[in-house]
Write a protein that binds this ligand. Structure first.
Ligand SMILES: *[C@@H]1O[C@H](CO)[C@@H](O)[C@H](O)[C@H]1NC(C)=O
Ligand SMILES: *[C@@H]1O[C@H](CO)[C@@H](O)[C@H](O)[C@H]1NC(C)=O
Ligand SMILES: *[C@@H]1O[C@H](CO)[C@@H](O)[C@H](O)[C@H]1NC(C)=O
Ligand SMILES: *[C@@H]1O[C@H](CO)[C@@H](O)[C@H](O)[C@H]1NC(C)=O
Ligand SMILES: *[C@@H]1O[C@H](CO)[C@@H](O)[C@H](O)[C@H]1NC(C)=O
Ligand SMILES: *[C@@H]1O[C@H](CO)[C@@H](O)[C@H](O)[C@H]1NC(C)=O
Length: 514
């Protein structure tokens, strides 16, 4: 009797959860947080001092969590390094770290605070989630002891990880992700031996998580979408904006569109290091975004998203471009540098036109019409096909329309934040050798243009209407992941020198305090 009753009960329960509990939409929130940095990061502080600083930051995050919950948010994402900052050595980060267990242990720290030793940060985050009935995503540090039985164990006898944690609306730890692709100056942390694929299911879709620099690489980012079919990516970041192609709101919204997923990006707010730019992005357009180089304030964003946003539209990124003839003849080509990479450019001479520019295997086509051809502004169409080797090694194919910094063609590709030229229409395509292409449109003063452009199944990025603001760049940012390791560029002395130079510059910038 009892045996036959039990499965029915389970089936009924499952039916209830699937039919009644499932939500078609949910409200996501991200908080751009102006991190309170520690006074001293060269010498280790006491555990008490470390906790004092972390609690100062969590006090601010708590207000954001409460406000988001009050407005109906189901989940809130807070930034990478949002609880203690980013300038550390292995020793000076240590007092900030906690042992974070595998979520399989099924732990609600708020209910059972002593279960895994002294873990005050996890307990407080868990209580924030539980008391406000909201999923809370945060970035903290994990420590795991190791010894000589592991040949890769660091000399100080422990692994230290840059770690994202997720607590569900009951305060349960449901995800723990150790950052794979550490940025050049993150010497305080270790990368896990294998990329970790971290997903969890909710009544409002399946979630995947990764951190900051991870977004430029295949694992775990692309695998989460391609093989694990997540609906929404959670993305804590401490992102330093680099124009024209790697500004936070621009690149993160482009990744969401290119991969066909929702994307919740929470950046730290630190304008003097060009850290700003958070957003809530759906595959077809940005739903909310924030970019603020002027104030020192944090910012909460909320937006409704579809729980299952994937559209089975498959883009062939080379189809259109390989069907058209080269559209311009006799235009003078020139070389220009974008973020250390050498592009081949042509200048856009008319108020409208068709242009083609090629580099190696990539040919880029542009058809455009400006509102007027201003004499004080120059635009160029550029192509790049090659391995970028400066702050990381990654193989790119990029087609880009850029506003040049001045009317001097030597400035095409330089960082520029304002423009005056409006575009009635554009259509950009390229003969890409990859299915991973991220479509970027960035307007003057670092603004997005949600709903004003689209990608066609034959691989054209085109405007749907006259663009609402002057254009800084329209770009197809392609990644050839499989070629990253196939080239031997590390033997190139100039590239090695550039790498070292940039590492030095970035360490200096990191170690200065404002
Ligand atoms: C940093 O130093 C200032 C003044 O010396 C002090 O007021 C502040 O509380 C300190 N902050 C932290 C996080 O220790
Ligand atoms: C070394 O570490 C492993 C786990 O990482 C542990 O099982 C083992 O007991 C440790 N050995 C010693 C001698 O501490
Ligand atoms: C989420 O649910 C799917 C089935 O819908 C299942 O295949 C997957 O393993 C689940 N993932 C997790 C992390 O529980
Ligand atoms: C994409 O289009 C090109 C050119 O039309 C064609 O050769 C290629 O087979 C297509 N690729 C896929 C994956 O359908
Ligand atoms: C550019 O090419 C398109 C398609 O081939 C054509 O319809 C259009 O008239 C051309 N525009 C200009 C300004 O030449
Ligand atoms: C890469 O280096 C290996 C040996 O170090 C060499 O055999 C190979 O030809 C190189 N490949 C290229 C593309 O230069």
């Amino acid at each position: 009797m009892i045996r036959s009753y039990f499965p029915k009960c389970v089936a009924l329960f499952a039916f209830f959860v699937l039919s009644v509990g499932a939500l078609d939409t949910f409200i996501g929130a991200v908080y751009e947080h102006a991190v309170v940095l520690p006074n001293s990061t060269e010498t280790p502080v006491s555990k008490e001092e470390a906790l004092l600083l972390m609690n100062k930051n969590i006090d601010v995050l708590e207000e954001a969590v409460k406000l988001a919950a009050k407005q109906g948010a189901h989940m809130i994402v807070t930034p990478e390094d949002g609880i203690y900052g980013w300038v550390f050595t292995r020793e000076s980060i240590y007092p900030y770290l906690e042992d974070i267990p595998d979520p399989e242990v099924n732990w609600i720290p708020c209910r059972d605070p002593q279960r895994f030793g002294y873990t005050p940060v996890q307990v407080r985050l868990s209580c924030l989630a539980k008391d406000n009935s909201i999923y809370v995503v945060a970035n903290i540090g994990d420590k795991k002891p190791c010894n000589a039985s592991d040949p890769q164990c660091p000399p100080d006898g422990r692994y230290q990880y840059n770690t994202d944690v997720v607590f569900d609306s009951q305060g349960r730890l449901v995800a723990r992700y150790h950052k794979q692709n550490l940025f050049m100056v993150e010497n305080q942390f270790n990368a896990p031996k294998e990329p970790e694929i971290v997903t969890f299911n909710t009544t409002f879709g399946r979630f995947g998580i990764f951190t900051c620099f991870d977004i430029l690489f295949h694992d775990p980012a692309v695998t989460l979408v391609k093989d694990f079919y997540v609906d929404t990516i959670l993305f804590p970041t401490a992102w330093m904006n680099v124009l024209p192609h790697l500004s936070a709101i621009e690149f993160h919204s482009a990744w969401a569109m290119g991969m066909g997923v929702n994307f919740l990006a929470s950046n730290t707010h630190y304008p003097s290091m060009r850290m700003t730019g958070s957003g809530i992005y759906a595959p077809n357009s940005a739903r909310a975004f924030h970019y603020d180089m002027k104030t020192k304030e944090g910012k909460l964003l909320l937006s409704q998203l579809d729980s299952h946003p994937r559209h089975p539209v498959v883009v062939n990124w080379t189809s259109y471009a390989s069907s058209v003839e080269a559209l311009s003849t006799g235009n003078q080509e020139f070389k220009g540098i974008i973020f250390f990479d050498e592009y081949t450019f042509v200048e856009l001479k008319g108020v409208m036109g068709n242009y083609t520019v090629c580099q190696k295997d990539l040919c880029c086509h542009l058809n455009y019409k400006m509102s007027e051809k201003r004499s004080d502004e120059v635009y160029a169409l550029g192509a790049f096909d090659g391995l970028h080797t400066v702050e990381g090694r990654y193989y790119l194919q990029i087609c880009t329309l850029v506003k040049c910094k001045t009317t001097d063609l030597n400035t095409c590709g330089d960082s520029v934040e304002t423009a005056s030229t409006r575009f009635e229409m554009f259509s950009l395509s390229g003969t890409f050798g990859t299915q991973y292409v991220f479509p970027e449109v960035l307007l003057s003063e670092i603004q997005l243009a949600p709903g004003e452009f689209q990608v066609s199944s034959d691989g054209r990025l085109f405007s749907l209407k006259p663009i609402s603001g002057p254009v800084l760049t329209v770009t197809l940012f392609g990644r050839l992941y499989e070629k990253d390791r196939a080239s031997n560029a590390s033997s190139n002395l100039i590239e090695q020198a550039l790498r070292i130079m940039l590492a030095v510059i970035i360490s200096i910038v990191y170690s200065l305090r404002w």
